[in-house]
Design a protein around this ligand. Structure first.
Ligand code: GLN
Length: 522
């Protein structure tokens, strides 16, 4: 049976519990343990796939095609394990399973209740993450005190009794605000949130204090006293420039040692691999500016993996990457003039597509490095059809069902799909790379696997026409039927991919497309 580390949150949301969980996981991995991380989300959607990015940030897609919370992206970037659909459990999924079983008559006449039926199902789903690992880190989404989070906290409390309190560690993340006018750090919100947690029957073992700055010793002492936690277990989590600094902050304060001691496992002093990454990031000379032309730019979390993948591309090239956020609806030439490269990411819906295409025209004509991802690639094709092939009124049927030139069209198997949740082309698919292309120069491979999330695709009726004007379809599905990669033969770097390379980029394994894109920008 595995050890469990539960991460809860207090005071307010957006404290970076996901990064904190991933950081602890990576430190434990450095101690030679096999670690898995699971996210529990208290909302009633079965998965975040149908949610707007404005609600919850990016939807992260796993190899097995699950649409999940963006924190799973952090988990994959920090540890050596691929996430699967088992790593994200929502209240919607839990209730769905229970209600389905009730309809099947599986509860044999009993009254179905939150305790024990919902909590039992939560515990069952948590235990599914235990397979092939020594420690499971379970991040409980939401904030202590939320009505909808209660069943999850109750379930983890029960689980801690079942597996044995010595095999469980509770980490509570709180916020310690700095009051500028008096120059003080305040501990009261932390005190209250721990009080709330203890009322549910959970005594935290570690308090992670998110704050603008390091928490000084006297404040740690005060928090320890009021929350009934050892002072050495009050850990400072100050704001950082790069999220990859977080594990180092934790390690410096002995958090990894503390966890292992709690579980009575041996601890070996090690140098963390994050030191190198942070050194590269901090010592980078020079900067490239990438214009990210999107529809959801006011909430940066909507493009979390893209942003991280660009950072990784920077690490590989030893430069800083500065992102210029360009609202697609307000995309002007003077904004594009100032950037070294243009990136049009994935997206849904019509808003902003004309602006994205203006950016693509600019990148093509001015010969700036241009990367189109998913919707970005689709719009590259529409832009070429309209402006280079003279196919007036060309569009994707997503935006104009009656367009005379549907260069992007709904996939055959998507026709008539009524239920929108979890029915796109999702997850990892193979792609064959055409020799002698930019794509092959970048990947240095003949067969790649990349993750998808879309309903539309390039319409093969137009392939020949495109090829005649210098478009190279450099990556296709192995049966040759689906366009996965396209590029312009006579452009220094203009490439579109139907898949999402950003989901597979890690700081230690930067994705080749992003490495090459940043190098071209340089
Ligand atoms: N909206 C497009 C489609 O469904 C692109 C999706 C995306 O960019 N992820 O095909």
């Amino acid at each position: 049976m595995a050890y469990y580390l539960f991460v809860t949150g207090g005071v307010l949301s957006s404290l970076g519990k996901g990064v904190a969980s991933a950081s602890i996981a990576s430190l434990l991995e450095e101690q030679g343990l096999k670690v898995n991380i699971q996210k529990l989300d208290p909302y009633l959607n079965v998965d975040p796939g149908t949610m707007s990015p404005y609600q919850h940030g990016e939807v992260y897609v796993t190899e097995d095609g699950a649409e999940t919370d963006l924190d799973l992206g952090h988990y994959e970037r920090f540890i050596n394990r691929n996430m699967t659909r088992k790593n994200n459990v929502t209240a919607g999924r839990v209730y769905y399973n229970v209600i389905r079983r009730e309809r099947e008559g599986a509860y044999l006449g009993s009254t179905v209740q939150v305790i024990p039926h919902i909590t039992d199902e939560i515990k069952r789903l948590i235990k599914e993450a235990e397979e092939d690992c020594d420690v499971v880190i379970v991040e409980v989404g939401g904030t202590v005190g939320d009505i909808e989070g209660l069943p999850f906290l109750e379930a983890v409390r029960q689980l801690s009794m079942e597996v044995g309190r010595e095999k469980v560690l509770f980490v509570h993340t709180t916020y310690v605000p700095f009051i500028r006018s008096t120059g003080e750090l305040k501990t009261k919100p932390t005190q209250h949130s721990v009080k709330e947690l203890r009322a549910i029957g959970i005594q935290p073992d570690v308090i992670l204090c998110r704050s603008e700055m390091e928490i000084p010793e006297p404040i740690k002492e005060k928090i320890a006293l009021f929350t009934n936690v050892r002072k050495s277990a009050v850990i400072s989590a100050p704001d950082v420039e790069y999220i990859y600094e977080v594990p180092l902050h934790f390690k410096k304060q002995g958090l990894d040692r503390l966890v292992l001691e709690h579980f009575r496992l041996p601890y070996t002093p090690t140098k963390s691999k994050w030191e190198d990454i942070v050194n590269i990031l901090k010592s980078a000379v020079g900067e490239v500016r990438v214009g990210l032309v999107g529809k959801y730019v006011s909430l940066k979390d909507s493009y979390k993996s893209v942003v991280e993948a660009l950072t990784h591309g920077g690490i590989a090239n030893g430069v800083r990457v500065k992102i210029e956020w360009i609202d697609a609806e307000d995309c002007r030439e003077d904004m594009l003039e100032q950037v070294d490269g243009i990136l049009v990411p994935g997206g849904f819906g019509e808003r902003g597509i004309e602006g994205k295409m203006r950016a693509l025209t600019y990148g093509r004509e001015k010969r700036k490095p241009t990367l189109g991802i998913c919707l970005g690639m689709q719009l590259m094709c529409v832009e070429l059809a309209r402006n280079l092939l003279g196919l007036k009124g060309s569009n994707s049927t997503e935006f104009e069902p009656n367009t005379p030139h549907p260069v992007i069209d709904i996939m055959e198997e998507q026709k008539g799909v009524k239920e929108l949740g979890g029915t796109m082309r999702l997850g990892s698919y193979p792609c064959k790379i055409l020799p002698g292309t930019k794509a092959q120069e970048i990947y240095k491979k003949e067969l790649i696997h990349e993750r998808h999330r879309h309903r539309y695709e390039f319409n093969n009726r137009y392939r020949e026409l495109f090829e005649r004007v210098g478009v190279v379809f450099s990556g296709l599905s192995p049966d040759g039927r689906l366009v996965e990669l396209m590029e312009l033969r006579d452009h220094p770097w203009y490439l579109g991919c139907q898949f999402h390379p950003e989901f597979k980029s890690k700081p230690f394994q930067p994705h080749p497309l992003f490495v090459s894109f940043i190098s071209a920008c340089l």
